[in-house]
Design a protein around this ligand. Structure first.
Ligand code: C2E
Ligand code: MG
Ligand code: MG
Length: 727
């Protein structure tokens, strides 16, 4: 090839390369050109060669073939070739019978070939019909061309990858744009719509034709003022971006929420050329959110806010109260005897009442106040901003509570029933964050409980002293539950004597040795034990200790005739197996029943007179006797007194105390003594502290005494000593 001929060849090659995008056609056409210019009867094949290893054979594919028609016809064929033939650097091979013989069905007999590996993934083979006289001409001829070719291939490859990258990217974007779930809207710099995607049309109902050239305001719902849009554009200008929730209007007029983000597209100078808005319709998500919110924060029966919402709302209310400096109130409503309605008329009717109550309470509140169903038959009303003055706030809260109570006092039509109901209302005032939500609700509960115990249909305000007492009681209760297990109870014995100062017995009085508090008075813990029912096991313990003691004294001459008076509380007496328990205790300890005296109070007896009488009778049959404790402080009605199988009346210490100074008390004591004589009952006075008192009692016919004058309640050993000395 002449030197001056090279240039047009290269020019043509450049044009060829420039017009091709991918490698294969490029190669083919380049080599075609090459052969065309040289008119050399050679051929080329491009082989696709998999990785070669050692001298094993590989199957290579003829990817492209250039040259005579026969060779072109081989395209696509697979030929088995030894690796050694294909691997390695460019080389001229001659006499490679293996390769050349595979191509024998061509009319030209190729005798030699030149191997040119490209990029490690393929091999170009130049086939020549004759072995060149010298090696020089063939390689020399092709060397510069091949060098260019190599460059061209590399260039083409990267261009190829880049272009196909671009194409796929563009395709991808187009695909995303068209199939996007989000609506896309593109405007020009003036904000006029120039493009929308299918999702835009699906969501808004507007095809491109109807919005092209228009301002996106065509979608405006009218729900946002111009400040909203002002801020939006400020954001886009300053931060290059805006996103947020916005209400728009569909073509059919429906207003819907969307999540919109707007980005400007800028030119080299930073001037916006376009704005791209992307949005998604969030109405379904909002509906789902609303549903979840409804389920989480509202009571399904009454549709009122529930406890969770109250807990979330109260801190905000407190903060508002800080700002206004005003007191607010939390009121707890409990429907009196709701359980009875539920039990007698069924839950459906109960539910109807709750729904009606919710409506009536809601009708009484002002804007900003809140009615909450706490659960069951409990409702909370939160009143905001009553007054900066606590007294005035309390008055206002009281008035609203009364209004609500009156509303609930009106008859309810529940199915075919007309139902009357009353609430118990506890009110607590708050200002700012002075109290925690928990405490506030606890206080409202305390006040409500107070309203309940004061006879229901009542309104009570929370009082801190009341709360302190309740908390102390709760502590005490916890400790009391442990007391029996931890053996903290003791019995003290208070001696009882007759006119001749002979000991007749003792009253056993319970003592609680609390590890932290020391001795706790029974006046403090007995009522609590009563309420909690703990008095039942405690009372049994007292009875057992007393009976065990009686048995122990039986062999002691000085003590064997002493009786022990044991206090029995109402709860104990009401136990169905009370009689059996006393009998069993007597049997188990071996104490003589005649020495056991049970003290009952009037109120205990009166709770259920018939039951009491039956139990007393049964126990009396076994020899147990009964004393009426604190006599005179209760009803003291002769009517029932006559029916009770009593043995003794115990004049209450309150009458004994002022016997000498209060003629009224003296008269009462005399009357009690007369009554006991009339009924044929023994009489004893408790709380006898002075000789004057003793003398008066003795003179008027009471010859049995108990009191500090004779001895205080004492631990066993000291009592035994006292009893033995007195003998
Ligand atoms: P009570 O049965 O009327 O017991 C008499 C109370 O008067 C005792 O108080 C006793 O210490 C006190 N007392 C006795 N003599 C005098 C005196 O001369 N002056 C004064 N000021 N007080 C005197 P205590 O021991 O504090 O018991 C109080 C109440 O606790 C008892 O009243 C009784 O109702 C109850 N209680 C005590 N032990 C038991 C028990 O084992 N079971 C039950 N159910 N209640 C008990
Ligand atoms: Mg007593
Ligand atoms: Mg008493």
């Amino acid at each position: 090839m002449e030197r001056e001929n090279i240039l047009p060849i290269l020019y043509d090659l450049a044009v060829t390369i420039g017009g091709e995008i991918s490698l294969k056609p490029l190669l083919t056409r380049t080599l075609q050109r090459l052969l065309y210019y040289t008119s050399y009867p050679a051929g080329f094949i491009c082989l696709d060669v998999p990785a070669c290893h050692g001298d094993s054979e590989v199957s290579a594919r003829i990817d492209a073939a250039v040259g005579d028609y026969d060779l072109v016809g081989q395209t696509g064929r697979r030929i088995m070739l030894p690796c050694s033939l294909l691997c390695g650097t460019a080389a001229r091979e001659t006499g490679k019978a293996e390769l050349l013989s595979t191509l024998t069905n061509t009319h030209i007999r190729y005798k030699t070939f030149l191997r040119l590996p490209i990029d490690g993934s393929g091999v170009i083979v130049l086939l020549a019909p004759e072995t060149p006289a010298t090696e020089q001409p063939l390689t020399q001829i092709f060397q510069p061309v091949l060098a260019h070719l190599d460059k061209a291939i590399t260039l083409c490859r990267s261009n190829d990858a880049y272009t196909s990258g671009l194409i796929s990217e563009r395709n991808l974007l187009a695909e995303v744009y068209a199939s996007s779930y989000s609506g896309v809207l593109i405007t020009d710099a003036d904000g006029k719509i120039i493009e929308v995607n299918p999702a835009f049309t699906r969501i808004t109902g507007y095809p491109l034709d109807e919005v092209r050239g228009k301002n996106p305001h065509v979608l405006s719902s009218g729900q946002h003022d111009h400040f909203f849009f002002q801020e939006m554009w400020d954001d886009i200008e300053n931060n290059g971006h805006w996103q947020g929730e916005i209400w728009n209007r569909r073509k059919n007029g429906e207003i819907f929420p969307e999540w919109l983000s707007i980005n400007p597209v800028r030119d080299k100078n930073g001037q916006p050329t376009n704005y791209v808005g992307m949005f998604s319709d969030i109405s379904q998500r909002k509906e789902a959110e609303a549903k979840i919110h409804q389920l989480a924060f509202y009571d399904p029966l009454t549709q009122l806010p529930n406890r969770r919402l109250l807990l979330a709302h109260l801190p905000q209310t407190f903060s508002a109260s800080v700002r206004t400096g005003s007191y607010g109130a939390v009121m707890l409503f409990d429907i009196d005897h709701f359980k009875t309605l539920n039990d007698t008329k069924g839950h459906e009717v109960g539910d109807l009442l709750l729904v009606e109550v919710a409506k009536r309470l809601n009708a009484c509140i002002r804007n900003g106040d809140m009615v909450v169903r706490l659960g069951g038959d409990e409702f909370i009303v939160v009143l905001e901003t009553l007054s900066p003055n606590p007294a005035e706030a309390a008055t206002k809260a009281g008035q609203i509570a009364e209004k609500m109570r009156d509303a609930l006092n009106q008859p309810f039509a529940l199915q075919e029933y007309t139902h009357f109901t009353t609430p118990s209302i506890g009110v607590v005032l708050f200002r700012g964050h002075q109290d925690t939500v928990d405490n506030l609700l606890k206080y409202a509960d305390t006040a409500m409980y107070q309203a309940k115990t004061s006879g229901r249909n009542a309104i009570r305000f929370y009082d801190p002293a009341m709360q302190a007492a309740i908390e102390a009681r709760a502590d005490l209760e916890g400790a009391l539950r442990q007391a029996l297990k931890q053996d903290q109870f003791r019995l003290h014995y208070q001696i009882q004597m007759d006119s001749l100062r002979r000991p007749t017995g003792a009253e056993v009085l319970l003592r609680w040795e609390h590890p932290g508090r020391g001795l706790v008075s029974p006046l403090q813990f007995i009522p609590l034990a009563e309420e909690t029912g703990l008095i039942v096991p405690i009372g049994l313990w007292v009875l057992k200790v007393a009976c065990t003691q009686l048995k122990k004294w039986q062999d002691d001459v000085a003590l064997r005739n002493l009786s022990l008076a044991v206090n029995v509380s109402a709860k104990q007496l009401r136990q169905a197996d009370f009689v059996a328990q006393v009998q069993r205790t007597l049997q188990e300890t071996g104490a003589r029943p005649a020495c056991l005296k049970l003290e009952l109070t009037e109120s205990t007896v009166l709770e259920n007179v018939d039951d009491t009488i039956a139990k007393m009778r049964e126990l009396k049959l076994h020899g147990v006797s009964f004393s009426m404790d604190d006599f005179g402080t209760g009803y003291s009605s002769l009517q029932y007194l006559k029916r009770l199988p009593l043995d003794q009346l115990k004049i209450d210490q309150s009458f004994v105390r002022d016997l000498a100074t209060d003629p009224n008390d003296a008269a009462i004591v005399q009357a009690i003594i007369a009554m006991s004589q009339a009924l044929g009952l023994n009489v004893i006075a408790e709380g006898v502290e002075t000789e004057t008192q003793r003398e008066f009692l003795d003179q008027h016919g009471c010859h049995n005494f108990q009191g500090y004058l004779f001895g205080k309640p004492l631990p066993l050993a000291q009592f035994e000593q006292l009893a033995q000395q007195a003998k």
